[in-house]
Design a protein around this ligand. Structure first.
Ligand SMILES: Nc1ncnc2c1ncn2[C@@H]1O[C@H](COP(=O)(O)OP(=O)(O)O)[C@@H](O)[C@H]1O
Ligand SMILES: [Mg+2]
Length: 333
């Protein structure tokens, strides 16, 4: 397996707050905290899973890392350099090295452009190769994502492809730039299970054959277990638990992780079974942002501690961290 040597990506205390408009002209909107003081390291050659329900801030985290948006506070470093400070050639190189694959392959491809145009466009933008080497590289890349023989696909248009084939094209478009860090944002949520498995295997191949470090965004712990070396569980913009994927899934310590696992029948842990019912409420206003984010939903919560303080991630064992005040209490029970 990979060596956990150096952090390729470091996220330090990053927050993102969206200011939304009010419903009426001139009315004041409310702020939504999409990410609340997130810190993470992603190591070279690993697949890191960011797991959480819809609205928990996963896509926001991806968009900040690829620099489609800026954080309100905190810093993100790639290979030791702060990404918002990159200028000129360094910024362009960052745009090549870091790629994101989006959730919806029906929206991410331009219907007017052939597969060849779509896949080779990034090479043109980055001034890489000439017409003939671009075509060879496009063929090679289509082949590597299982669109084979590539000449059957080069001059097709997206409307003639299935959802799975479109997502392969989107992966090829990212991979043709030879990136070192790739984020896949729920890349199979629009696809059938059997097609999803094929897409997962392309991502594994990217890691195993090319050593591409990855962040895999998912709402599914089962998918994360299949693909990921380590996972972070996120709830309403807060990291709840981080650790090796197997360890977090077999030995979840945060009640929210346990509740997520409870929701997946084959992961059911009878001994620790707890039922929380619905896990999400409406977005909280930032002014009310005190206490643990999971406090309103947590059966283990303690009014004084959990309602007033926000637990940080603390280490439990090798590489396993949890943001939970009541660990001792629940374990004695
Ligand atoms: N552009 C935006 N403007 C306002 N609110 C946003 C915007 N993007 C995301 N949000 C809000 O931020 C929170 C996190 O969203 P998102 O990162 O898309 O979550 P996820 O990908 O986990 O479903 C949600 O409450 C969402 O409504
Ligand atoms: Mg999302």
């Amino acid at each position: 397996m990979h060596k956990r040597n150096e952090a390729v990506l470091k996220i330090r205390d990053v927050s993102k707050i969206y200011k939304t408009k009010g419903a009426f002209f001139g009315s004041k909107g409310k702020d939504v905290t999409a990410l609340n003081r997130i810190s993470l390291d992603i190591f070279k050659g690993e697949i890191f899973g960011l797991v959480g329900e819809s609205g928990s801030g996963k896509t926001t985290a991806g968009r900040l890392i690829v620099s489609l948006e800026e954080a309100n506070s905190g810093k993100i470093f790639l290979d030791g350099r702060e990404i918002v400070a990159l200028r000129g050639r360094a910024r362009k190189e960052f745009r090549r090295k870091v790629q994101m694959i989006f959730q919806d392959p029906y929206q991410s491809l331009n219907p007017q452009r052939s597969i060849y145009d779509t896949v080779s466009e990034p090479l043109k933008i980055h001034g890489m190769g000439n017409a003939s080497t671009r075509k060879d590289l496009a063929r090679e890349t289509l082949q590597s994502v299982g669109l084979s023989p590539p000449d059957d696909f080069l001059f097709r248009y997206p409307h003639r492809l299935s959802g799975g084939q479109r997502q392969r094209v989107a992966i090829a478009r990212a991979m043709i730039l030879n990136p070192t860090f790739v984020i896949s944002d729920e890349p199979t949520s629009m696809l059938d299970a059997s097609i999803s498995a094929q897409i997962f295997n392309i991502l594994l191949d990217m890691r195993n054959r090319l050593g591409v470090t990855q962040m895999f965004i998912t709402h599914s712990l089962a998918a994360a277990r299949y693909l990921c070396d380590r996972v972070a569980v996120i709830y309403r913009g807060n990291l709840m638990e981080v650790g090796p994927a197997e360890e977090v899934i077999r030995n979840p310590k945060h009640p929210y992780t346990q509740a997520l696992l409870d929701a997946v029948p084959k992961f059911g842990h009878d001994r620790d079974a707890r039922r929380y019912g619905s896990l999400l409420t409406k977005d909280r206003d930032v002014e009310e942002d005190v206490g643990c984010a999971f406090f309103p939903r947590c059966a283990a919560s303690d009014e004084d501690r959990c309602g007033c303080n926000t637990p940080g991630l603390s280490p439990l064992s090798d590489g396993h961290f949890v943001a939970f005040f009541l660990l001792e209490a629940t374990h004695e029970a």
